[in-house]
Design a protein around this ligand. Sequence first.
Ligand code: G3P
Length: 226
Amino acid sequence: MQPFLFLNFKTYKEATGKNAVKLARIAQAVSRKTGVKIVLVVQAVDLRLISKGVSLPVFAQHADHEKPGASTGRILPFALKDAGCRGVVLNHAENKRGNGFVEKAIAESKAVGLQVLVCAESEARAVELARFAPDFIAVEPPELIGGNVSVSTAKPGLIVSSVKKIGEISGKIKIITGAGVKSGEDARLAVKLGTVGIFVASGVVLAKNRAKALSVLAVGLKEGLH
Ligand code: G3P
């Protein structure tokens, strides 16, 4: 299986509006060159723009669980699908929700045909969320997010053990490594430890040369396959 590279635009100015379009085009070029599946995780206000602008899959950074009707200010899975989204991220460490919410949001997202990546701050939480059958789980220790030490280097045991525990619940869930991933070696290790890819933000969005930063990670992922 080709590895996945989820690129979270977060709410960085460098990845908002016109800057988001530029970054999406860079990612598309890197994906074509390396053959790595790059998934763009984009702010709600930029989703339609990015979905139309590039052919890479686009995920939303959050969804609520309401169906169309009388609610205000919610982000509906139905509307995300209509805007061209392929999937949604739920329970990111910077936008956390309880299990009851996540269960309902996963169900509604899947009902409208969106793929779901849920984030978990620990192995125990990952195991709880695995029972709601998301497509992907990213295990991201919050203290490593945005830093320069990757989870694959600092906590390899956490990755290996999460892969095993989640696999015991369902063989269908793909596990992703996230938090502090910056180098090709971080990416290579993520695959070697048994996950199918990485979830990255600051290492690419804030890089001086974003094409280079992204290519290095993509190449690292491919090296991990061998
Ligand atoms: O969503 C990915 C994320 O939380 C990791 O962020 O900046 O450590 O790559 P970063």
